[in-house]
Design a protein around this ligand. Structure first.
Ligand SMILES: [Fe+2]
Length: 300
């Protein structure tokens, strides 16, 4: 199976206005007015009809991540591979495909229960992308939306699923102690890429699934100033800063992390490594960052 990229993120909220304000005032995403209504907020990052779909419901949480395949043939091949591996999936039908602005899509869970969707034929908007915050554009061309980091209480079965079933490749096995104590438990993360140069499109973090359903997602902008202005906007709007500015050691991303209204974090960065996979040696990182990235979870 050849998954091209992360395509979209689905999120549930009890308060759509929080997301309207967060997207506009902090992140700089563009609302798709023709798709949005009082219960649905479709947010754009580029030429695509949407990259975030926020829908009203009973909770504040991640619902699913959408991944794209190149065309119908690749999509049908993916379904055959799932059939052969006895992996359950659900054909989501024409109505959902229309809501996702794709030709066809299926839904499935990874072994940790993280919800995924696979689709092809994503539609573009007829309107040009214009950020609400003067961002020149998010870095998505040939790379997809960004990345997602899922929790997996049992890391290895989930890891095998992405590698053996979904066709991802290993980018980095990261292990580091959770604090300075000599007997501190180890933090374990596996980073994986799909069929584009982004260093990782999915990472798995060995931990229980958090109440928000997702550890974090990442969007990428063009330069350090756009990251800096983003940090200013987050602070001006009293958004919780979950991590200070830092540079990651594996994908080289310079970023900070902030809490979204759903409780999971959004990494906002630039300078992510675009890897030539033919000349790449899998990493085994012992530190998450060269500098910075001091994490501070919210107090409530
Ligand atoms: Fe990240």
């Amino acid at each position: 199976m050849k998954i091209q990229s992360l395509s979209y993120l689905l999120v549930e909220t009890t308060n759509l206005q929080e997301w309207v304000d967060y997207a506009k005032d902090v992140v700089g995403l563009m609302k798709n007015d023709s798709l949005s209504n009082e219960h649905n907020l479709y947010l754009r990052m580029d030429e695509r009809s949407f990259r975030f779909h926020i829908t009203t419901g009973d909770s504040q949480k991640y619902l699913a991540a959408g991944f794209s395949l190149s065309d119908k043939a690749a999509f049908d091949d993916a379904k055959s591979e799932l059939d052969q591996a006895n992996i359950d999936y659900e054909d989501l039908g024409d109505e959902i495909a229309k809501l996702r602005c794709v030709e066809e899509c299926i839904g499935l869970n990874d072994p940790a229960g993280n919800r995924l969707e696979l689709s092809y034929g994503s539609k573009n908007s007829s309107e040009p992308f214009l950020s609400t915050q003067d961002i020149k554009g998010f870095i998505t061309k040939g790379l997809g939306f960004g990345h997602v980091v899922f929790a997996a209480p049992d890391l290895e079965p989930a890891h095998r699923f992405y590698i053996d079933i979904l066709g991802f490749g290993d980018s980095d096995y990261m292990n580091f102690p959770m604090g300075p104590a000599p007997d501190a438990p180890e933090v374990k993360l596996n980073f994986m890429h799909c069929d584009n140069p982004r260093h990782h499109t999915v990472a798995l973090y060995e931990s229980p699934i958090p109440p928000s359903g997702l550890i974090h997602t990442m969007v990428e902008v063009n330069d350090i100033d756009e990251v800096g202005y983003g940090l200013d906007r987050a602070m001006q709007n009293n958004t919780h800063i979950s991590s200070s500015l830092g540079r990651h050691s594996n994908d080289m991303m310079v970023s900070f992390y902030m809490q979204t209204p759903a409780g999971f974090d959004l990494e906002f960065g630039y300078d992510g490594w675009q890897v030539d996979w033919d000349n790449f040696e899998m990493q085994k990182s012992k530190i998450p960052s060269f500098w910075g990235h001091a994490f501070s979870p919210p107090e409530n």
